[in-house]
Ligand binder design. Structure first.
Ligand SMILES: [Zn+2]
Length: 455
């Protein structure tokens, strides 16, 4: 019976490989959940990290953040996250956790003036947000959340609800400290304390990007210094066996652009004898006129618009601005001004700045970072663009919470097992068919990072 004697050894040889793979799986994926510990599907957890002022081209394909590249290779990547207008830190971060434009959530810029409350007070940011942020929404659903630095997460919103755990902003805290704290929160035994939604702000490339320009060596070094923290987060999730129930988003709030032409709008208005207060630099500023009389303000506004246009800037008397600019909130002031590509508004003391943002979201360098991987996200998804307003509804969908009607954003289509967005909605260019390939994002890195392949 020569046939049988030949077959048996082959069969045994075939069986050895699956056995070997099974033996290696814990090493590749981290501890697997045991059947006893997970009789049902464990509750989902979503973690969103923001790398401030980081363009996709800064973070992916550069080798500076190999852990992030490995995560991207096994999840979804967008060519650009479209920021809100203005594309500045405070408005954009709040858009990411509310799903509405700044004219709706009312954090219209990093600094602004409110007719009743006066100057924006950063010691109590939640009270200035006019729609319910995710931390409060989720608390109402019995889902605890946590935040280690995110604009608006410093305490309860006006509902009396907010993140279960949060930290006051302290620019001296390292990214590694943030990650260790987050992992500590994930280790909490009591499910009333253990967050299922975590937000955290990383410094990204913003500071050196402003000082030395986008893509500059100091900006690159800044990102490379954050790699160990990104790696520790990914590894920490793997060590806890949490990947099957966890989705990680790594985003940024805006990009960064260099400018060859600088204009001093504030100086020009002062020279023209206008009583006005200019707030904002770079790509966007709002102008508050000090004249009390309504007619006088209109006259002054027309002069401001003319002077700004004379400097090569775009400007609108705010009440007359096109609806698509989304500047309806009175906190935007009397005149809104934005810079075209290649120009930047500067103040005398900030002449040495080399990188700017705040521009219209279409500006090519304003595109922000979007990477998502883990539960609910198919590997190898490549999206052309994702809108910042669509992030919050997507996070809610992953947590099994319905999107409130007032949210402008929709669940991002084409990410994986999530519900599809509206037909023809943003960005689902090639769901799961076209794999973005990043140098250094091969299987080895993926295994090191402990990211599960199948979700
Ligand atoms: Zn920023």
């Amino acid at each position: 019976m020569p046939k049988r004697s030949l077959r048996r050894p082959r069969l045994r040889a075939r069986l050895r490989w699956p056995a070997l793979l099974l033996a290696l799986l814990p090493a590749l994926l981290g501890p697997l959940p045991t059947a006893a510990a997970t009789p049902a599907e464990p509750p989902s957890t979503v973690i969103m990290i923001s790398l401030d002022g980081t363009r996709p081209v800064d973070a992916l394909g550069t080798g500076l953040l190999p852990s992030l590249e490995a995560l991207a290779a096994r999840g979804a990547v967008a060519e650009r996250l479209v920021p809100p207008f203005p594309s500045n830190t405070f408005p954009s971060h709040v858009t990411l956790v509310t799903g509405v434009a700044p004219e709706r959530h009312a954090i219209v810029n990093n600094t602004f003036y409110d007719a009743e409350r006066g100057l924006f007070d950063k010691r109590d940011i939640p009270s200035w947000i006019e729609v319910e942020p995710l931390w409060s929404l989720l608390a109402a659903e019995g889902i605890p959340s946590a935040s280690f630095h995110w604009v608006g997460s410093e305490g309860a919103w006006r509902s009396g609800r907010g993140p279960r755990h949060w930290r006051p902003f302290d620019k001296g805290v390292s990214e590694m400290t943030k990650v260790r704290t987050i992992l500590g929160w994930l280790d909490l035994a009591d499910t009333r304390d253990r967050p299922r939604f975590v937000t955290a702000w990383f410094r990204g490339a913003d500071g050196p990007g402003h000082k030395h320009g986008p893509g500059s060596e100091p900006a690159r070094r800044s990102l490379a210094r954050q790699e160990p923290a990104v790696a520790a987060l990914i590894q920490g999730i793997a060590e806890r066996g949490l990947w099957p129930s966890t989705t990680v988003f790594v985003v940024s709030d805006h990009g960064m652009a260099s400018a060859s032409h600088r204009v001093d709008l504030d100086g020009a208005l002062e020279q023209a004898g206008l009583k006005a207060w200019v707030v904002g630099i770079g790509g966007f500023a709002q102008v508050y006129l000090l004249a009390k009389d309504e007619d006088a303000r209109r006259v002054d506004a027309a002069r401001v618009v003319k002077i700004a246009q004379g400097l090569g800037l775009e400007a609108r008397f705010r009440p007359d601005a096109e609806p698509e600019l989304r500047v309806a909130h009175p906190r935007f002031g009397d005149v809104v001004v934005w810079s075209p590509r290649g120009s930047a508004m500067v103040l005398k003391r900030e002449q040495r700045e080399a990188g700017f943002h705040g521009y219209r979201p279409e500006h090519p360098d304003m595109g922000a970072l979007f990477v998502a991987a883990g539960r609910g996200i198919a590997p190898g998804v490549s999206l052309a663009s994702v809108r910042a307003v669509d992030v919050a509804p997507t996070l809610l969908a992953l947590l099994g919470v319905a999107r409130p009607d007032w949210m402008e954003g929709r669940v991002i289509a084409g990410l994986g097992s999530l519900g599809a967005g509206p037909p023809g909605g943003d960005g689902a260019r090639s769901a799961a068919s076209a794999t973005i390939s990043h140098p250094g994002a091969g299987d080895l890195e993926y295994r090191k990072a402990g990211v599960p392949e199948v979700q």
